[in-house]
Design a protein around this ligand. Sequence first.
Ligand SMILES: Nc1ncnc2c1ncn2[C@@H]1O[C@H](COP(=O)(O)OP(=O)(O)OP(=O)(O)O)[C@@H](O)[C@H]1O
Length: 302
Amino acid sequence: MDALVEVSGLTKRYGDTLAVDGVDLRVLPGEVYGFLGPNGAGKTTTLRILTGLIAPTSGRVRVLGGTPGRPDVLGKTGSMIESPAFYPYLSGLDNLRLLAEYAEVPRHRVDEVLDLVDLRERSRDRFSAYSLGMKQRLGVAAALLKDPELVILDEPTNGLDPAGMRDMRRLIRELGSDGRTVLLSSHLLGEVQQICDRVGIIDAGRMVAEHHVEDLRGEQELLIRAAPRESAHSVLSGLLGADAVHRYDDMLRVQVDPARAADLNRALVEAGIAVSELHTSERALEDVFFQLTTTGAKSDVG
Ligand SMILES: Nc1ncnc2c1ncn2[C@@H]1O[C@H](COP(=O)(O)OP(=O)(O)OP(=O)(O)O)[C@@H](O)[C@H]1O
C-alpha cells in the first residue's frame, strides 16, 4: 500500500538545536496516525515541514506522492498547525466563507463542514465569543473545506476542557471512519490510545517507536491473587510454562489469553488453592511510552 506521508531521515536544525533528528514516518491511506511525544520533542516542527510551512534541513519528504507545499499537494491536504488564525469580529460562518472564497471552494461546502464539526447552530456568533473548543473545531472545519484526503492536526485538543476534548476526539474518529487519513500530534497518551490506529513516538527529535496502538500496549495478562502463592505459582507454571508466570507484588502476573481465566481458576481451586482475585490487566500505553523514551534518552543522549 502506498503511504500518503513518507518521511525518511528527516532532520531540522535551528542553530545549535537539532529539533528533528533523522525521523522516519509512514502514514497509510485511511488510518488515524498519532504522533506522540512530550513538549519540545519535535512534533510541530515535523508537521510544519509536512505542510510546507518550513523546509527541512535534510531528508526525504513525500506527501500524497509530491513535495509538501506544492499546489497539487496543498489542494489535497487540510491542516491546523498551532492555533488557527481567524478574524475575531467576524462570525465563524463569515470566516469560513472568506477562506472558501480564497480556496475557490463552493459556498455550500461551508455549511457541510460546519455540520461536520457540529458548529452550524453557533455559526453566526462572532469568533471572539467562541469557547476554545469551538475555536478549535472551526479550525478543523477550515482544514476540511477542500475536502482533503489528508488532514494534519497539531495538538487538536490542547488547552480544551474535558467536554471540548471529548467532542474533538469524536470528530477525529468520525473523520477517520469516513475514509479520510488523519495525522495528529499529541502529548496525551490516553488520547492517542483512544483515537488512533497507529502511533509514532518521538522524543528529543528522534522516533523511538512506530506501532499499532494494540501492539504497543502489549499482550494482555491475568493478575491472580491466590494463597498459598507459591503453590499457585507451581500449578500455573506446570500448565503454562515457567516463562509465563511472574511474581508481582503479592500476586501473580500470568501471560495468557484472558479467555482461559475460568480454566486456570478451576485448576487452582482443584489443587486446593484459594483464589481471591483474578482479573485482566493491560499494559498501559503510558508504561510503554516511558519505557521507550527512557531507554531512548539513555542510549541516544548519553
Ligand atoms: N523557530 C524555531 N527556532 C528555534 N528553535 C525552535 C524553533 N521551533 C522549534 N524550536 C525548537 O525545536 C525543538 C522542537 O520543537 P517543536 O515545537 O517541534 O516540539 P513539539 O514536540 O511540537 O513541542 P510542543 O508541543 O511544545 O510544541 C524545541 O527544542 C524547540 O525549542
